[in-house]
Design a protein around this ligand. Structure first.
Ligand SMILES: *Cc1c(COP(=O)(O)O)cnc(C)c1O
Length: 352
């Protein structure tokens, strides 16, 4: 294996920079279970305010922030609707069912992209004594397994208008909402106002080592705070970590546009060799999802060959390889990828 390693498996792999670490060690702290950690309190206020909501709750993971949010919206035996490939149903190990007794139904969308109609077609509020009632919908923006796609704000608005009439709540899984904001220029408040609850991650493209927040009304956040403690997620002098979140929000949102440009450049180089594998115009943010089904190579095989050349990638299915750009990459890393990836693909061009 080559000496230099370019790690494109995920944007969670970023390590806190020296400046971020310095900022963390000087944080003022207190016991957050007592509500006395000033750095956590100010981070919660800051993030709630960014999205135009009353309150927020600091959580160790995005999964916990999602789960606390949907628990606040859906009672046991009631139903959450979400897209078939969303994180909430594919990557949280059934937490909604295990912890909250929530049932789910899903709609399938190309590249995960929201069409309000798809959701309204399966929504069944107030279903009476025999059928399960839909009480909430979760939307993922950007959509991870959809290939980092940005949800159209017009469809979000339309869904919000219609579901308000039906009394159905909306949750945003905004692990990468920062990327959607940077890619579209839609403000965080404009995203925030269409949802009853949100979850956002500081540990992905923003480069913090840990940290996510659930965002909602004061009432829901104070209930969620009890549930967080019940789940074992009450943390103590955690201002050390919240400080990394402050640092990330202050300094790192502006760098996401580089991640997007770099993802686009990888997609462009690949499509020159193998146009069926990726359409560069459809790469909205920092995720490049390669569809290898037309090529004579599987995703695990391609990942293994790239690894030999010092490039780590994520085979997420037999024919799907995910490459994610992030804060810890530079131009020379992307140059290496753009050199070795098209070369390997050339030799796999023989159609199956
Ligand atoms: C990463 C991610 C989460 C949260 O993941 P954790 O590992 O639990 O922090 C939630 N939703 C999406 C779409 C994600 O990509």
């Amino acid at each position: 294996m080559a000496n230099k390693v370019v790690d494109l498996r995920s944007d969670t792999l970023t390590k806190p920079s020296d400046e971020m670490r310095k900022f963390m060690v000087s944080a003022e702290v207190g016991d957050d279970v007592y509500g006395e950690d000033p750095t956590v309190n100010s981070l919660e206020e800051r993030v709630a305010d960014l999205f135009g909501h009353e309150a927020a709750l600091f959580c160790p993971t995005g999964s916990l922030a999602n789960q606390l949010a949907i628990r606040m919206l859906v009672a046991p035996g009631e139903e959450l609707l979400t897209e078939t490939n969303s994180h909430i149903v594919r990557a949280e190990l059934g937490a909604g069912a295990v912890f909250s007794g929530i049932t789910t139904r899903t709609w399938l969308a190309e590249r995960g992209l929201l069409k309000a109609e798809d959701v309204l077609n399966i929504a069944r509020p107030d279903s009476g004594p025999y059928l399960v009632s839909t009480t909430a919908i979760a939307i993922e923006n950007t959509h991870n397994f959809g290939g980092g796609t940005v949800q159209p704000i017009e469809e979000i608005k339309k869904l919000r208008q219609e579901t308000q009439k039906l009394g159905i709540s909306m949750h945003l899984d905004g692990a990468r909402i920062w990327n959607a904001h940077v890619a579209t220029g839609v403000s965080l408040k404009d995203y925030g106002k269409h949802f009853d609850t949100l979850s956002v991650c500081l540990s992905k493209g923003l480069g913090a080592p840990i940290g996510s927040l659930m965002i909602s009304s004061k009432e829901r956040i104070s209930k969620a705070r009890q549930w967080r403690k019940r789940y074992g997620g009450g943390m103590r002098q955690v201002g050390l970590i919240a400080a990394a979140g402050h640092y990330a929000l202050e300094n790192n949102i502006k760098y996401l546009k580089n991640d997007h440009l770099r993802a686009k450049s990888i997609a462009e180089q690949v499509s020159k060799i193998a146009p069926a594998v990726i359409t560069p115009e459809l790469v909205d943010t920092n995720i490049v999802g390669l569809d290898l089904s037309s090529l004579n190579i599987t995703a695990p095989e391609l990942a293994a060959q790239l690894k030999e050349k010092g490039v780590l990638t994520g085979p997420l299915g037999p024919n799907y390889l995910r490459l994610v750009t992030h804060l810890d990459l530079d131009d020379s890393d992307i140059n290496l990828v753009n050199q070795v990836l098209p070369e390997i693909l050339k030799s796999a061009l023989v159609r199956k």
